[in-house]
Ligand binder design. Sequence first.
Ligand code: SAH
Length: 232
Amino acid sequence: MPFRATILTLYPEMFPGHLGHSLAGKAMERGQWSLETVQTRDFAEDKHRTVDDTPAGGGAGMVLKPDILAKAIDSVASDTRPRLLMSPRGKPLTQERVRELAEAEGVVIVCGRFEGVDQRVIDARQLEEVSIGDYILSGGEPAALTLLDAVVRILPGVMGNVHSGTHESFETGLLEHPHYTRPQVFEGREIPAVLTSGNHAAIDKWRHEQALALTRERRPDLLPAKPQPVTK
Ligand code: SAH
């Protein structure tokens, strides 16, 4: 069964967005994955089709109502797909989680808006809160598109070259080594000689050293903690 994504949103026209283009778009055309949207507002029952209300306890903004959202979720999520809520309070998304999600049958993704979502529907429908980083977006839609982009590109058969991906940043626990391509000299800067030497062992070694140095400099948090010297 191809990977199936269902997005609950007030802005279905934002989908598939960039995922309708390039590799993801072609994979969708080939039927390797599919995306459907559910307009949350369709589950509002009053004349004005209200989906939000003022926060209990006061304060700025509006909160998505739990009853409407629950009905929208129940209309799709009768299967065993993971149910995610895009949320800056969620667990930060990692390549490891992306990999797990790519192995699932698909995902159901709830996009928040305004100040967020009533806590009771998060609890009652056991939504897994996922963050794409420590900053605040105006809505969950670009976050959902980002998550799906990361997942879809590693689905079987989506990326043209099966080898791409295995050396990438995070897959090895390190940031990736730098890349070069022709011309041999660009504005007086040459391609490092080892890369044109034809010596594959030397190239692998150089790339690994570069990856290690780059990670040490930019993202020391990715490196395994150094064993602490024994103090007497
Ligand atoms: N008041 C909230 C922010 C609401 S932003 C707070 O301070 O936590 C509105 C919606 O955008 C959220 O409900 C969520 O769905 C989405 N969103 C914003 N930033 C996000 C992030 N970093 N990762 C994932 N979703 C995000």
